[in-house]
Design a protein around this ligand. Sequence first.
Ligand code: C2E
Ligand code: CA
Ligand code: CA
Length: 844
Amino acid sequence: SFVAVTIAASVVAWVSVRRWDGSVRVWLALGITASAIGDLTFELLMVGRDVEPDISVADGPWLAAYIGLSVAVLIALRKGDRTTRGDVDGIIDMGVIALVTVLVIWEFWLSDTISDSSVPWFVRAVWAAYPIMDAAVLSIVMRAIIERRTQLRTGVLLFGGALLWLLADFTWMSIAVTGLLYAALDVAWMLGAVLLAGACWSIPERGVTTRPKADGDTPVGKVRIVLAIVPFFVPVAIYSVSYYSGHALSPMPLVIATAGFAGLAGARALRLLKVRDEAQASLASSERLYRALAANSSDAVLLLDREGRIKNEAPDFAQMIGIPGVDIRGRHALEFVATDDVESHRTLDEILTTPGVLFSRDSRVPRDGMEDLWLSGRAVNLLDDPDVRAVVVNVHDVTARKHAEEELLHNALHDSLTGLANRALFRNRVEHALTRRARSGLDPAVIYLDLDGFKNVNDSLGHEAGDKLLREVASRLEAVVRSGDTVARLGGDEFGVLIEESLNVELEAEEIANRTLEALTAPVTLGEAQVTVSASLGIAHADRDSTASSLLRDADVAMYEAKATGKSRWVVYEEKMRDAAVERLRLENDLAHAVERRELRLMYQPVIELQSGEVVGFEALARWDHPQLGLIMPDRFIRIAEDSGLIVSIGRWVLEQACLTAARWRRLHLPSLTMAVNLSARQLAAPDICRQVREALAVAKLEPAALVLEMTETALVQDAAVAAVRLAELRKLGVRLAIDDFGTGYSSLAYLRQFPVDILKIDGSFIKTITDRSKVSPIVRGLLDLGRSLDLDIVAEGIESGAQLEQLRDQRCHLGQGFLFAEPLREADAESRLVPRSVQPVTV
Ligand code: C2E
Ligand code: CA
Ligand code: CA
């Protein structure tokens, strides 16, 4: 049955190998099988014998069994991640166990056997091999258990099997075995094989565990402490046993074993020291690293208590905030933060009540006599951490970064040329003002300002001069507003003023507008030139539904209105202007196609020789027959045409038409007839205006002297130098030049003398001052005198009454136009006036 059981055990082991595979199982199965083969061989040898041989062929497989076992456990140990350190500790473990085992075996058996010279030496060697192999297997298994290289049950089974074999071998070899004891030994061997087969079976499916844990990773552990101390008692125990059993014992092996234990204990102690040194070294190196970091960075660490008071000396921090050497312990952290930095104050409150959460904030730190510091703090509340008991704040100087950010922000919100707020910031301020109004109840107002004729400065004097002018305007604007108001450059030559929190915002806005106009009257020196600019201003007041966009748009609309109604003035926005603005946009779109669609036509108003009442010429006046809006007067579209540049093509068309008509009428009716054509500032500025006029005259075959070109003073002075050159060129062509609406513009005598003109047209508004034939209007008389002194022909415009006509006749004004004689007439009607060669004036 013994052989049957051992063979069965090996069969079980091989079945497990078949089922799950794995090298550990294979070697274990090989070991068990070798043992079974040994058993079988021995039993066969014993057939027909009584005396057992000292050694036999069975010893071969038996010893081989130990090799299989050892290899299996060693493979288990090899698996998984291993560190050399763990290996050294494991080898010490194995050494201790092997030494204990060998000592016990030696003392109780081997010493006698080895010294028994009656037995041949190789027999003794084979005998000695058994307990030594047992010890070896045992120590390897122990190590596997200590390092948890096997599951506990596998370990216990392996250990149990190896121990049973060891004890049985030991007993069998050390004492003369007979009868029952012999059977017991057989049972022990049998059981050993069964346990090992069980171990084979118990190895987890995925092989040995590769989870090094517990003592396997630490040089010190409970088992290892036991392993270091207990062996010292083994020699003592052996000595005691032999002493009381009266056995004489050589002290030498005990001394050698004790020395061995001491050596192993020493090795373990050295290991501990080494591990400690390594740990310290790594600690020291991280500390050095930390110091190096701290020394090279501008970080400082503050530890705060529950109230927010500083607990540590923090010399770095004192240095950082410009009070080096000052002990700041006990002072409250917020003492160093600007009082108006509300966010930082709030954040500290939150930190003090919220453990374990990382907070970050930039705080402003005011310093005596120095600019403010910006510190970036990262704080975590570790008041509840028994190792720290503080709020740890890591502080970093970010002033330079803040400055850079501020500069970027400033650049993003300001105009680089003038340093004023830009449109984005202005809008933002308007939004804020509208929000604040809910609290204060004070409505904000916006002024939109556009320079008149800035483009001319830019074109004629260059961009540098233009820039200088804009800077000058900016500084004058800033001088006229209150300190709380915002001045912004909204683009090009457009500026904005925001008036806030004023108790009488209507008055305030008008005052600022007036002061602005006044401030602009002083000339600006740009290199050689002296330039005067004016501006058109639009004022918009916030109502309940105002938004920043609507307020800005309204002010813009009002500004446009100011431009359209004469420039150099301010206009307060009214609801109806928005409709005008919308219409203006529509007209501008439609006007682009008006010429090609033949929607424009000319009306002709007769110019009358006042003494005779005869028609001597005509003034051509444009009309626009809009397909949907009907007849549109030039007051509504000429400005749009000028602003959009369409006037150039429209003007050319007018010129060509008027010349053709004049030439025809001169041929058919009145050879001395003159034709007046209006030129806008934009046309006058066009470099090819002379060529246009020449071509129109040539095409119509009209004599140049028959053509009168009318332009307003305003058009002339916008760019006086260029205008003077142009007028001279035109005059060379032989055409005659008239100043239109004389008296309403600059009326500067200096200018008048500078311009080579032939005719003055006195504006209808002056003629209106004549109410009575006998009451001489001094202004009309003054203008007439002025014209005569310059040797100019004079045309009185807008003559509506007989009284006006008579007084003008009395004043020896030769020419006139007006409803009294005729309104602007359609071409055919105008022509019919020429047929009788005279017009009957309505006499009073
Ligand atoms: P303007 O050059 O001063 O033309 C005279 C304007 O006064 C004309 O208005 C005419 O209808 C009006 N008028 C004439 N007699 C009387 C009168 O007795 N009483 C009153 N209250 N008004 C009178 P219109 O045709 O509406 O033209 C307005 C302005 O449009 C013109 O003023 C001129 O500056 C401009 N304009 C007209 N046609 C052209 C054009 O072809 N080119 C350019 N650049 N401007 C033009
Ligand atoms: Ca005119
Ligand atoms: Ca006029």
